[in-house]
Design a protein. Structure first.
Lengths: 302, 227
């Protein structure tokens, strides 16, 4: 068993070496396919980051009446936090709101003067709410508008933001759906290209396969080295892909960071390097082996 | 051991290649199958390796009707038979050693024995200095001797030779026939399909003559190619 496995691997490797031009051509096509796969992974990562950034920007604030004490507000906060669709609740006291307002309009003399004229703080304390998903806001707002809180809350800015939230949601949904469709489409094309390339490679050797059958080779005896050869195309293509992909990511990463601050492609692919290598190698080897397996079948009927 | 009972074959284009063939060949016989091109000689040989199956009749080898073999049993049948073709049918990306070794490996012979046997057989056919040569580096005669080495290596009980001298000059053709006769002397059944009159007449063994898919003459020992 071990010996026959060794033989299969040895014959597969010898074939791979001897059919040098065909091997280089097939491996080259598979490199293109795997680079496309890796590129799709990068694009998917970027689009998911884009969606996450958009989601992160969406929040809803509930403003409390000025006569409500901090304890009451904090009790609302803890009730909100107990909801499982609420991601984060931040309490902004009236004082903090005023400080932030002053800071934001530090250069505006009119505003600064008007504030100085007032002998009270006109701003309200608020709770800033972030949801796990922007579609959850409606139900959170409903919860706040329930009788229990109606007396303490002055207004909720959800209705002003509702349109923007809805639009963001449809944009991020669109990115995810279209991203998935395009990824699938390209993946199918990639698989077909690989399959056809390997089919042509094996078609070239159909006479050899026929001869092996006539000499008394069993299907597995003939097939196994071709599967190894297919796997080798995939493995070599994966290695070349990694060698091309990482420097390419390195070059592109800084430019993308300019467009999407805080998003680093390079660090994503470095921190997930083992998963990435595993994925690229398994996709390559699997594509090679399965394509060979399917392609050789029709030539074995002698 | 080989028996064809009322065998007829029809190719896809409804051309009848063999018509009602009845033939018995015993163990250790040397049979020359002669006739013009298209007489059905190759078709008859292809029935024996079950490359094709007859539409009518039975092809029996060692009391087994070949039509009853499953696809998994066909390779086992082919390992009992050594085949030599006019176009050699060598594996172009394997060298001489590997071409011969392949026929042994498919029989499940271990590597040590392969390493032991292959050079011996290459020596018998006079190719011991071409062990590492690829088919494209060999002459026609050498290719055919390599094909014979491959047909011999697993000590088959039957050798089928389909126009083995067709692509060779007189000297090489003579060498190949000599080899086949030597193999036959060791007890292997040889069926030689050819339309080479000189070759057949020189052998002086049983001659079966075919024409238009039928056996028209079956001469015992010292048969001649007569048209």
């Amino acid at each position: 068993m071990k010996k026959s496995f060794q033989r299969i691997v040895k014959v597969g490797w010898t074939n791979f070496k001897r059919n040098r031009y065909i091997s280089v051509g097939t491996t080259g096509v598979m490199v293109l396919v795997l680079v496309l796969f890796s590129g799709l992974m990068a694009v998917n990562f970027l689009s998911s980051q884009l969606v996450a950034n958009l989601q992160e920007k969406v929040d809803v604030s509930a403003y409390f009446k000025t006569d409500i004490s901090e304890e009451e507000i904090l009790s609302v906060k803890s009730e909100l936090e107990s909801l499982n669709n609420v991601k984060k609740v931040e309490y902004v006291s009236a004082g903090q709101a005023l400080d932030e307002f002053k800071e934001r309009h530090a250069g505006d003399a009119v505003i600064q003067d008007s504030l100085a004229e007032l002998d009270f703080n006109p701003l309200q304390a608020s709770l800033n709410i972030k949801a796990d998903d922007s579609s959850q806001f409606a139900s959170i707002v409903q919860f706040l508008e329930a009788n229990k809180f109606r007396s303490v809350i002055d207004k909720i800015n959800f209705y002003e933001n509702e349109k923007v939230i809805g639009r963001l949601q449809s944009i991020s949904g669109g990115i995810q759906n279209w991203g998935f469709i395009i990824t699938m489409l390209l993946a199918v094309i990639a698989v077909l290209v690989t399959f056809n390339t390997i089919r042509l490679t094996i078609y070239n050797q159909r006479q050899e396969i026929e001869i092996m059958k006539l000499v008394g080779g069993s299907n597995w005896h003939i097939k196994a080295p071709y599967l190894v050869e297919g796997g080798l195309y995939g493995a070599f293509a994966a290695a070349v892909t990694v060698v091309i992909f990482y420097p390419a990511i390195f070059l592109v990463s800084s430019k993308i960071e300019l467009l999407m601050p805080g998003v680093s492609l390079m660090s994503y692919f470095l921190s997930n390097m083992f998963q990435f290598l595993f994925l690229v190698f398994s996709v390559g080897v699997l594509l090679g082996v399965v394509s060979s397996f399917v392609a050789i079948r029709r030539f074995l009927k002698v | 051991m080989i028996e064809l009972k009322n065998v007829s074959t029809i190719y896809d284009d409804s051309l009848m290649a063999l018509r009602g063939i009845n033939l018995k060949i015993g163990q250790g016989e040397f049979v020359s199958l002669v006739g013009p091109s298209g007489a059905g000689k190759s078709t008859l040989l292809r029935l024996l390796t079950r490359e094709i199956s007859p539409q009518e009749g039975e092809v029996v080898l060692d009391s087994v009707d070949l039509a009853t073999l499953s696809s998994g049993e066909v390779p086992v049948l082919r390992r009992k038979i050594g085949t030599v073709y006019q176009d050699f049918k060598l594996l172009s990306n394997k060298n001489a050693f590997e071409n011969v070794a392949f026929a042994l490996e498919v029989c499940g012979v271990d590597e040590d024995q392969v390493k032991d046997d292959v050079p011996k057989v290459l020596n018998i056919v006079g190719l011991s200095d071409k062990v590492n040569s690829f088919p494209h580096q060999l002459s026609g005669g050498e290719k055919q001797r390599l094909a014979i080495a491959r047909a011999l290596i697993h000590r088959p009980r039957i050798i089928l030779a389909d126009e083995p001298t067709g692509n060779l000059d007189m000297v090489n053709a003579h060498d190949v026939v000599e080899l086949l006769m030597k193999i036959n002397k060791l007890g292997t059944t040889v069926i030689l399909a050819t339309h080479n009159r000189e070759v057949v007449n020189a052998i002086g063994k049983r001659v079966v003559t075919m024409e238009k898919g039928k056996i028209v003459r079956d001469q015992g020992d010292n048969g001649k190619y007569v048209i």
